[in-house]
Design a protein around this ligand. Structure first.
Ligand code: SAH
Length: 350
């Protein structure tokens, strides 16, 4: 195991302190920072304006983490590309590149696996392994941009994992991503999706990062939601909605609600009625997704079922869209490739 410090996850003040402690003048930190976050080099040897003695000393002290493409699946239906990345310790995460009207959008993972256990989700099946570091989140962007030859203009934290369950690393990642002398991505172009960890939503609101919050709702009935999303046993629906209102009041940004339509499970007229009542007066937007079929789960929905549910919502004054299904032929639904890769790995180990 590499015991060296992960330099790409360090904040600017941390980098400055570490380099000063190694005897380097203060301006070196700025140079190294630009190599890491603007040029995005893979090794210290590439840092041409840094004296070789310091480059070698850094190589002893720090590592620059990289990801490896284990699989790349390009859709033949649209421009979607799904990457299965292998991490330095051999685990896998998924990243999905999608083309939108306004450019390229990337969906990244924030954990290896997930602890949340939502009943309809493939990530719950392979289990939780560990949090991703800030550098491992940044590298999903770097590697994808390099491989696909594109520049990403939008980012969604909707891949494998629960971002608010890896709060500190995700906050650091956002800080590195938006650094004015580094990657310079506006957090207005970032959406963070959560299953509803209430205290963290409030903390995020207090930070006023400018990002868009998406909340995975999937049911407007408290008891039913507890059944399909275990997190709701800890943070009931009323508390979640209160936190969403708080987010809006603190940031001025409306919360988006994700709703995976599951036929016969959450798409009845009564479900539409409950959802309309829950969102009344919030002016919020609902994203409907026909549930992706996961082999081990029985849930299913056609696009038509989602469109019918949308009509029911609109009749009740709720603003809803059915999300475009991208990469339908490459299992763009998150967690499925990783589950297969890790499953194969544990079979060959066993
Ligand atoms: N943990 C975060 C982000 C990752 S999941 C969250 O829960 O929001 C990203 C989105 O995909 C969530 O809205 C999640 O509920 C949804 N999702 C999970 N499994 C799905 C499936 N089989 N079909 C459609 N959406 C699914």
């Amino acid at each position: 195991m590499d015991e060296r410090r992960d330099i790409l996850s360090m904040s600017r003040p941390e980098l400055e302190a570490a380099l000063t402690a190694m005897g380097a003048p203060k301006y070196r930190a700025g140079q190294v920072w630009r190599w890491l976050h603007v040029k995005r080099v893979q090794s210290f040897a590439e840092m041409l304006d840094i004296p070789s003695t310091l480059r070698e000393a850094m190589d002893v002290e720090f590592c620059i983490k990289g990801l490896f493409i284990a699989r790349r699946l390009a859709s033949s239906l649209d421009d979607t590309v799904k990457y299965l990345y292998r991490l330095p310790d051999g685990h896998h995460v998924e990243t999905v590149l999608m083309h939108y009207r306004h450019g390229w959008r990337l969906c990244i993972s924030t954990q290896v696996g997930c602890k949340m256990g939502c009943r309809f989700c493939a990530s719950a099946i392979a289990g939780f392994v560990r949090d991703l570091t800030p550098s491992e989140m940044l590298r999903q962007i770097d590697e994808t941009e390099r491989d696909a030859g594109v520049s990403i203009s939008g980012l969604v934290l909707m891949g494998i994992g629960e971002p608010l369950d890896n709060f500190d690393n995700v906050m650091r990642f956002l800080e590195l991503l938006s650094d004015p002398e580094g990657r310079q991505m506006s957090l207005r172009h970032v959406t963070l999706s959560t299953c509803g960890i209430v205290p963290r939503i409030r903390e995020l609101a207090d930070r006023r990062t400018g990002l868009t919050l998406a909340v995975s709702l999937h049911s407007a009935d408290g008891a039913h939601r507890r059944e399909i999303m275990p997190i709701a046993r800890r943070y009931p629906l009323e508390e979640l909605m209160e936190a969403c209102r708080y987010y809006f009041s603190q940031t001025g940004r409306r919360v988006t609600f994700e709703y995976a339509v599951m036929e016969g499970e959450n798409d009845s007229p009564a479900d539409a009625q409950a959802l309309a009542a829950l969102l009344r007066g919030m002016g919020s937007h609902v994203n409907l997704i026909p549930v992706n079929r996961v082999r081990e789960r029985g849930y299913h929905a056609t696009r038509r079922a989602a469109e019918q549910f949308q009509k029911q919502l609109e009749r009740r004054g709720v603003n809803a869209t059915v999300r475009r299904t991208l990469g339908a032929d490459i299992e763009a639904a998150c967690g499925q490739l990783r589950r297969d890769a890790e499953g194969a790995a544990s079979q060959s180990e066993g």
